[in-house]
Structures are given as structure tokens and as C-alpha cells.
Design a protein around this ligand. Structure first.
Ligand SMILES: Nc1ncnc2c1ncn2[C@@H]1O[C@H](COP(=O)(O)OP(=O)(O)OP(=O)(O)O)[C@@H](O)[C@H]1O
Length: 264
């Protein structure tokens, strides 16, 4: 049956007389606790797929089932972290996370417990020290950490990450990748992450889902990354299994690009 089942999903956008078939026949089963990366050329439909899982958009064909329940609307069991951190600028770091905590846990946790839970999640991403700052007063990497804390604080069954580190410099990115790996190891939650970065996909993922080019994109190949956890980026960089995985993804992307170029 699978924990998260994406069954033959298709998505066509319609505006006026124009129809764009973005996804066709996307079929994938994800296990509980699995880390899946989605990679593919720009515009192929990765965000659309993530939005379908988030329940932010509806499938035209097929369906998505999470733990036996059909996904047809957004819910706190699926939290999304976007590339452009979507923090509320007038609230503090604490206030941004607390807002999500209150939304999900009001009635289930006392005020004091919600306060502690907010601080706990800021601790997870090492941002408690900046709890009283506003988003405009902290760096992009820190804002992204807060976005992750806010998503985690909702205790989602599935954490959806839409290119969360795309706009960050290499060093900050590496720190955040390590933070995400630590959180994943500690919480064992299911994570699905879109990335354009092949090394990031290989380092973080249990499986890499490679999408074909659009229109009507689908899953081209799924690659299992046979690296034991915990993973270390330096060790992984020299690991033959890691190098093979990297090569396989690069070959897939290159092949696809070549096919598009030939068709143009
Ligand atoms: N609401 C919408 N209405 C019409 N077309 C849409 C809509 N949302 C997305 N699209 C189209 O769907 C296609 C896939 O977009 P999507 O953002 O999912 O791709 P992506 O793979 O995430 O791209 P990138 O890697 O550049 O972020 C694009 O051609 C886009 O123009």
C-alpha cells in the first residue's frame, strides 16, 4: 500500500482556451521516514508535483493518498518550505514559529507548552538566539532556518521542501544541508525535496526521482543512493557509490537536455 502513494497523477492547467499538460502518469510510492529528492530540468513540473502533494493544487487525473487518506486540500500533516522564505515580516522569529504552533496545537497544548515547543523548534535549527529579531534583521540562511523550524513545529507527517537552499551561498547551503540531515536522523520524518543541485540530491536522499522534460513530464528514473547514514559530506565526496550516483543523475539530465536540443 505504501505510506505516501502517488497514483498515476496527471495535471493539466487550463486558462481560457489554452491547456497545458504539465504532468502525465506520475506514479510513486514513498515510505515513512524516507528522504526523496526530485530533480529535473527547469519548468518540468517539480513544484507542481510538490503542490499536488501539499494539496495546494488538485490533480486532473489520478490521486494521492497519505496514510490511507486521500489528499485533496492543504493540511498540517504536510508542511512546505519554499525557496523564498515566506516569513511574516512584522512578526519576530519567535512570533513566526509561534503562529504556526498556535494554529496546529491550540486546544491540544497549553500556552506554556506551546511556548516551550516553539523554543524547542528554534533550538532544532539553532535559531533560539535570534528569537526576538524580525526577518529583515537576519540573513537569508537564517530566515530559511526559521522557515524550516516553522514547518517542523507543525509536526508534519511529510515535510515538503521546494528548493529551500537555492538562493543561498555554498557555505550556508552546506550548513543547512547538514542541519536537515541531523533533523531527519533525529525525527525520522518523511521528507521530499526539490533541488537543482546534483550533489545535494545525492548527499541527502535515499532515492532520487528524476523527472523527464515537460510538457507532460513524468518520472524518468528513480535512483537509490546506497550510502549508509549518518552521512558525512567529505566522506561521501570520495565514496565510489556516491560518485556512481552522481554520474547517473548527471547522465540522465544531460541525455534529457540533448533530446530537447535535438527536438528544437
Ligand atoms: N497555475 C498555473 N497555470 C498555468 N501553468 C502553470 C501554473 N503553474 C505552473 N504552470 C506551468 O507548469 C509548468 C511547470 O511548472 P513548475 O513550476 O511546476 O516547474 P518546475 O520544474 O518546478 O520549474 P523550476 O525548476 O524552474 O522551478 C511550467 O510550464 C509552468 O509555466
Amino acid at each position: 500500500m505504501g505510506y505516501l502513494r502517488i497514483s498515476r497523477v496527471g495535471k493539466t492547467f487550463e486558462s481560457g482556451s489554452r491547456r497545458t499538460e504539465v504532468l502525465r502518469d506520475v506514479d510513486l510510492t514513498i515510505d515513512r521516514g524516507e528522504f526523496v529528492s526530485i530533480i529535473g530540468h527547469s519548468g518540468c513540473g517539480k513544484s507542481t508535483l510538490l503542490n499536488l502533494i501539499a494539496g495546494l493544487t488538485e490533480a486532473t487525473k489520478g490521486g494521492i493518498v497519505l496514510e490511507g487518506r486521500e489528499v485533496n486540500a492543504p493540511g498540517p500533516d504536510r508542511a512546505v518550505v519554499f525557496q523564498n522564505h515566506s516569513l511574516l515580516p512584522w512578526l519576530t522569529v519567535y512570533g513566526n514559529v509561534r503562529l504556526a504552533v498556535d494554529k496546529v496545537f491550540r486546544g491540544r497544548k497549553s500556552r506554556a507548552e506551546r511556548h516551550e515547543w516553539t523554543l524547542h523548534n528554534l533550538d532544532l535549527v539553532q535559531m533560539r538566539h535570534a528569537a526576538d529579531k524580525r526577518p529583515g534583521e537576519i540573513s537569508g540562511g537564517m530566515r530559511q532556518r526559521v522557515g524550516i523550524a516553522r514547518a517542523l513545529a507543525m509536526e508534519p507527517k511529510v515535510l515538503l521542501l521546494d528548493e529551500p537552499f537555492g538562493a543561498l551561498d555554498a557555505l550556508t547551503r552546506a550548513h543547512l544541508q547538514d542541519a536537515v540531515m541531523e533533523i531527519h536522523a533525529r525525527l525520522r520524518n518523511t521528507m521530499i525535496m526539490i533541488t537543482h543541485d546534483v550533489d545535494e540530491a545525492v548527499l541527502l536522499a535515499d532515492r532520487i526521482v528524476m523527472m523527464t522534460n515537460g510538457p507532460a513530464a513524468t518520472i524518468g528514473e528513480v535512483l537509490t543512493v546506497p550510502l549508509p547514514r549518518p552521512r558525512d559530506r567529505i566522506v561521501a565526496a570520495g565514496d565510489p557509490a556516491c560518485l556512481r550516483a552522481r554520474q547517473a543523475v548527471l547522465r540522465f539530465l544531460h541525455e534529457r537536455h540533448r533530446l530537447v536540443a535535438a527536438a528544437e
